[in-house]
Write a protein that binds this ligand. Structure first.
Ligand code: GAL
Length: 399
């Protein structure tokens, strides 16, 4: 009887959280149905006379400043395009779709020749980008694929499916699932449902864990393993923390062990480790995954509260984007040659099959993510100089 009450209570709570999640998404990512042309937009839709003053203008539209990496991406892209003599209009959309649309309209009116866009919501930019395209502006999807439009020329990102595979393989190895005879438990804290990458991370992880979930050697006491029911709006650490605390209080009474939490990125991992610290009563070390190599999470890997992260060398992503951007501004349509003629000292593959945005297969350049644990962190991140410690021992990311 008691459990039934708890389950009912936690179900109600999860529904509330989910409603909160989707309302939040709604607000943040309510794709305006057909972007009803208001007086304003009708005005803006008219071809804007773009100054042709011989300058090369690049518009860089990032999703938000809250998540650590976009600040680094934006700075790298701005510096490198400016190094190549371009004028850069860099904007952050505070994770709001309307703001991102306004930012892109501003870049168009400032004479952008190229737009480099990381979409807040991959399905919400068709109209403004088709406007840009109609004025001959080139468009690059940066890190997150832009969906449902022909108005995107190329996509540059990491192999995001592989990110999920790396996280799952780490859990399989750490829990010894290949040879385990007794079942172990896991919970999932996945990404922002409007972020097109979140689905790749999720599929990579679930496809890899499926045999163990199917055989029952790995179980999910909360029963929550679907993409939407495990989603975290806006990648918010607070939403991740709240949801996991509800799960711990509902499905992990004293004596019930949790072995792993698969978190899709570092901001959600931060929420998860806080929830475990607050509401998990057992003494075992719970495996927690992540992604991005955010500073706070690097400390957590060094102090053992987080088990791994998937590192993406952001400078590589900006180097590929800048050389691709320059090529297409000058009217080229690069393919494999962009890589073979680059002299880059890092892996990059050219893909013309896997990234269908619903309108077309977008030619893509993909980089290789790497798994970082307490074992290889010094070698992979500090000896390479990607991260350093100042004289006081404080860690910071350099490149
Ligand atoms: C994804 C990105 C990840 C992570 C996440 C949260 O789109 O690929 O690296 O940063 O957003 O920002």
């Amino acid at each position: 009887m008691q459990n039934k009450k708890i389950r009912l209570f936690s179900l109600l709570l999860s529904i509330t959280l989910l409603t909160l999640t989707f309302t939040a998404c709604g607000q943040a990512s309510s794709t305006p149905a057909a972007e009803e042309p208001t007086e304003q937009t009708q005005e803006e839709a008219k071809p804007i006379s773009r100054p042709d003053d011989g300058r090369t203008v690049v518009g860089v539209s990032m999703p938000d400043r809250f998540l650590e990496r976009w600040n680094i991406d934006g700075a790298f892209l701005k510096a490198q395009f400016e190094n190549d003599g371009c004028d850069v209009v860099l904007r952050y959309a505070n994770n709001l779709i309307d703001t991102q649309i306004k930012d892109i309209r501003e870049m168009i009116s400032q004479g952008a020749d190229l737009l480099v866009v990381t979409a807040v919501d991959g399905t919400a930019l068709s109209s403004v980008l088709e406007d840009a395209r109609s004025q001959g502006i080139k468009i690059l999807a940066y890190d997150r694929l832009i969906m449902e439009t022909d108005a995107v020329d190329y996509y540059v990102s990491f192999d995001n499916y592989k990110v999920g595979v790396l996280q799952a393989n780490f859990i399989i190895a750490e829990l010894g699932l290949k040879t385990a005879e007794t079942s172990q438990t896991i919970e999932f804290v996945t990404g922002d449902p409007v972020d097109n990458n979140a689905r790749y991370f999720y599929n990579g992880a679930m496809d890899t864990l499926k045999p163990y979930l199917d055989s029952g050697i790995l179980t999910v006491p909360s029963g929550q393993s679907g993409f939407f029911e495990t989603a975290t709006a806006q990648w918010s650490p607070d939403i991740a923390q709240q949801r996991l605390q509800i799960i711990l209080n509902s499905y992990y009474p004293r004596g019930t062990r949790l072995d792993a939490v698969l978190c899709a990125n570092d901001s959600t991992a931060l929420g998860a480790t806080r929830a475990l610290a607050a509401d998990y009563s057992e003494k075992n070390h719970v495996i927690v995954t992540g992604q991005d190599g955010d500073i706070a999470n690097i400390y957590n890997i060094l102090n053992g509260t987080q088990s791994m992260t998937v590192y993406k060398q952001l400078k590589q992503e900006s180097i590929v984007t800048v050389s691709l951007g320059k090529a297409i501004i000058s009217g080229e349509m690069p393919e494999e040659d962009l890589i073979s003629e680059s002299g880059w000292d890092f892996d990059c593959s050219y893909n013309t099959e896997d990234y269908n945005n619903g309108n077309k297969v977008v030619p893509s350049y993909l980089l290789r993510p790497i798994a970082i644990t307490a074992v290889n962190i010094e070698k992979e991140l500090f000896e390479t100089g990607y991260y350093q410690r100042n004289s006081g021992g404080l860690i910071y990311a350099t490149k």
